[in-house]
Write a protein that binds this ligand. Structure first.
Ligand code: NAD
Length: 367
């Protein structure tokens, strides 16, 4: 029997090679007249060409860094207000899309970004600007989530609010062809972590289960190919689709233990988001293994959870990602790290409850 569920997905999704070229049609459809573009530096030359060619692209902020800072949101808000923007278009990895989403929610309202970050003001989904999310990595799924992850100094904070849900997503695999191999692996493992965590989340449900299994299957079959040959369009297309499915699979259920641990790992040791999630993913697959997870492993093409975990570990080693505590900066205190991970609210979403000793033992095994 299928369990009862509630599933909602409000984002208009366009997918396919070359669909970014039709961005103008989407602006017409949505009635956008003055948009601010937001991207990382890799996209700056193209953003400049776009603003010169079409008056609807009013301004561009192209200096978003990894683990994006609130200052980038503030600059985007300033541009939106100065140009009377009615839309923000985030083109990039999660960092650019999350900056765009946050700025779109702040710009039309009173107050500064810091007032919202510190909880002195609340977001309002009705008044936010139109948000168009264009992923250029295959990983975060931010184009279909109401999450924005923004840092202020060393504090990295996830905010989950309906005001951040994109109006539309434009997923064009051709935009990912230039992603360097290591970033391809980091982001691809992030997508796998989303799908697996959405699946084992306490809030999983039947539609997201199906999306998760297919996302993991596609990613396991294509991530190594995309890593070895970034120009492999079939592999890039499959990874963009896998990342989108993975985003849909965790958007509602939310993530769990791996993502809980990724925050202290990124804050303390500055691991990029995907690498931080991947650091504990194979360990948690072994610890969370049960009948349901075995079903995902088989559906994704592995013999069982042990083989799934070994495949993920092999991908990390192939790309030279950090797999051991000894590879992190300084002398890591496993018990202290375990305590910080346990304190993260996402840990409550994990199907199994861990003690601090159990988590410390997991980290010690990675020393
Ligand atoms: P990223 O956005 O930080 O990008 C990584 C690097 O790749 C950057 O230097 C970027 O400029 C570069 N880059 C991106 N696309 C490129 C391309 N096509 N060619 C060449 N270089 C390119 O990395 P990410 O992994 O996509 O995003 C990570 C961020 O997203 C983290 O802050 C993470 O916490 C957040 N995140 C958000 C969600 C969400 O639902 N909002 C989900 C997961 C992660």
């Amino acid at each position: 029997m299928v369990d009862g569920f509630l599933y909602a997905q409000p984002v208009k999704i366009r997918f396919g090679e070359g669909c970014f070229e039709k961005l103008g049609e989407l602006l017409d459809e949505l009635g956008v007249q003055r948009a601010v573009l937001v991207s990382g530096r890799h996209f700056a030359p193209q953003a400049e060409r776009m603003t010169a060619a079409d008056g609807r692209f009013a301004a561009a902020f192209c200096a978003v860094e990894q683990n994006p800072q609130l200052s980038g949101v503030e600059e985007t808000v300033r541009l939106c207000r100065e140009h009377g923007a009615d839309a923000v278009i985030g083109i990039g990895g999660g960092s650019a899309m999350d900056t765009a989403k946050y700025a779109a929610a702040v710009a039309p309202n009173a107050g500064d970004a810091i007032d919202y970050y510190r909880g002195r003001r609340s977001f309002d989904a009705k008044s936010r600007l139109t948000i168009i999310a264009v992923p250029t990595t295959a990983g975060t799924g931010s184009e279909v989530t109401q999450v924005s992850v923004i840092s202020c100094g060393d504090e990295k904070k996830t905010t989950n609010d309906p005001a951040f849900m994109p109006t539309a997503a434009v997923v064009d695999p051709l935009l990912t062809l230039g992603v360097p191999p290591r970033t391809t692996m980091n982001t691809g493992l992030d997508a796998i972590a989303h799908a697996i965590e959405g699946y084992w989340s306490k809030n999983h449900q039947p539609i997201t289960d199906v999306l998760a299994i297919e996302a993991v299957r596609l990613a396991l079959a294509n991530l190594e190919k995309a890593f070895r040959d970034g120009s492999d369009r079939d592999a890039r297309g499959a990874m963009s689709f896998a990342s989108l499915l993975a985003g849909l699979s965790f958007a509602q259920p939310k993530t769990a233990a791996c993502h809980a641990c990724s925050y202290p790992l990124s804050e303390r040791y500055h691991l990029p988001h995907g690498e931080a999630c991947a650091f504990t993913l194979d360990s948690f697959i072994r610890l969370n293994a049960d009948e349901r997870l075995e079903k995902l492993a088989r559906g994704a093409g592995a013999k069982d959870c042990a083989e799934l975990a070994a495949h993920i570990r092999a991908l990390k080693e192939l790309a030279g990602l950090r797999c051991r505590l000894s590879e992190l900066a300084g002398d890591v205190d496993a018990a202290d790290l375990a305590a910080a991970c346990l304190a993260h609210p996402l840990m409550n979403n994990n199907p199994r409850r861990f003690t601090q000793d159990e988590l410390a033992a997991m980290f010690e095994a990675l020393r």
